[in-house]
Design a protein around this ligand. Structure first.
Ligand code: FO1
Length: 342
């Protein structure tokens, strides 16, 4: 089966790891039952990764969501912090601070910097970001294919209230707003650069068009999924695919599971609520993005209204605490997609 997932970094990593685990389990169960080789019927998973969080800093190109997925799938991630490498040291970052290069509040770990240096070297040699992504993935057996949503630099900028000039506003890179200000400065608008000339990276439209199921991971609906679908051609590919499109709610019981997506949602006038995010994405039959929507059991009361509004909705446990619970969430998403296909 071909599955295409649209994902941001942290929620996306947990979900895709769960999906990989669930598919392995289903593959071995099927192989055992039919006496065939699990590898012969291997599923193909393509993850279309948000690039709106990307930035140039200290002379290197960072792709935080891509790297979060890369590290998590390779098993070399710092699971506690949610970004960067496990066993990281910060010697270079301390030196950069002394030189006044980069942002003093944004840490580039030594191992992580190795990735940024390699990426930047290959970009300077003329490779595109998706070609660089392909090279980075060759180091590990990820079991899925990661593709940046676009090769164009569509870094997200945030217009916020200006803390130094009451009544005024200022613009800053998403990472400054998110990391330095912890999303606490009220956001007025999010804008991705270069959207007018951005195109989906090679393979993205094909992965959506040729999928048996498309899944929107429980990622930030505004700056992660929102950036991916803002790239001209991706929303259209989602509208046209014959595959069911199923979303997994990143909101449980009126609160974000992790991160600060509530600050992004309120900026665009969407309530921090599972059903409100589903309505924001909209039913594909009515020009929106999704056919099905998974909510947590805590939000089960929203299912009937969602179904009445033209979405296939289902409530299930959505907390991804460990490999088993993450695999179960992915399995429920696959089952909802199968129900829609039938
Ligand atoms: N997040 C932080 O809160 N502080 C940091 O110093 C920081 C450094 C960093 C370096 C590389 C990278 O790929 C990610 C990094 N992050 C850091 C995470 C990142 O800012 C955001 O959490 C994501 O972009 C939002 O998904």
């Amino acid at each position: 089966m071909k599955i295409t997932v649209l994902a941001g970094g942290v929620g996306g990593s947990r979900f895709v790891r769960g999906l990989r685990e669930e598919l392995r389990r289903r593959g071995s169960a099927h192989a055992e039952a039919s006496g065939t080789d699990a590898a012969a019927t291997a599923d193909e998973v393509t993850v279309v990764v948000n690039t709106g969080d990307d930035l140039w800093l200290a002379g290197v190109r960072l792709m935080p969501d891509f790297d979060s997925l890369l590290y998590a799938l390779a098993g070399v991630n710092d699971a506690e912090r949610g970004w960067g490498r496990a066993g990281e040291t910060e010697r270079v970052s301390a030196e950069l601070r002394e030189w006044g290069v980069g942002w003093p509040w944004f840490t580039l770990g030594d191992l992580d910097l190795g990735t940024h240096l390699a990426r930047t070297a290959w970009l300077r040699e003329g490779l595109t970001p998706s070609q660089v992504g392909e090279r980075l993935q060759r180091r590990w057996e990820l079991g899925v294919r990661l593709v940046p949503a676009t090769d164009t630099e569509v870094d997200t900028w945030v217009e916020t209230a200006d803390p130094d000039a009451p009544g005024g506003s200022r613009e800053m890179h998403f990472q400054e707003w998110w990391t330095k200000h912890r999303a606490a400065l009220p956001a007025i608008a999010f804008t991705q650069r270069n959207l007018d000339r951005a195109r989906p990276a090679p393979g993205v439209v094909e992965a959506i068009a040729g999928a048996d199921a498309v899944i929107l991971a429980p990622s930030n609906p505004v700056v992660s999924i929102g950036t991916i679908v803002a790239i001209p051609g991706i929303r259209e590919a989602l509208a046209e695919t014959a595959a069911p499109v199923v979303g997994v709610s990143p909101i449980i019981g009126g609160a974000v599971v992790r991160g600060m997506a509530d600050a992004c949602l309120s900026a665009i006038g969407v309530e921090t609520d599972a059903a409100a995010v589903a309505r924001h994405y909209g039913a594909r039959a009515q020009g929106g993005l999704i056919d099905g929507w998974l909510v947590d059991d805590a939000d089960a009361s929203a299912v009937a209204a969602l179904e009445a509004s033209g979405l296939a909705a289902k409530a299930a446990p959505l907390w991804m605490r460990d490999p088993d619970s993450s695999a179960a969430v992915a399995g429920t998403a696959l089952d909802l997609a199968a129900r829609l296909r039938d």
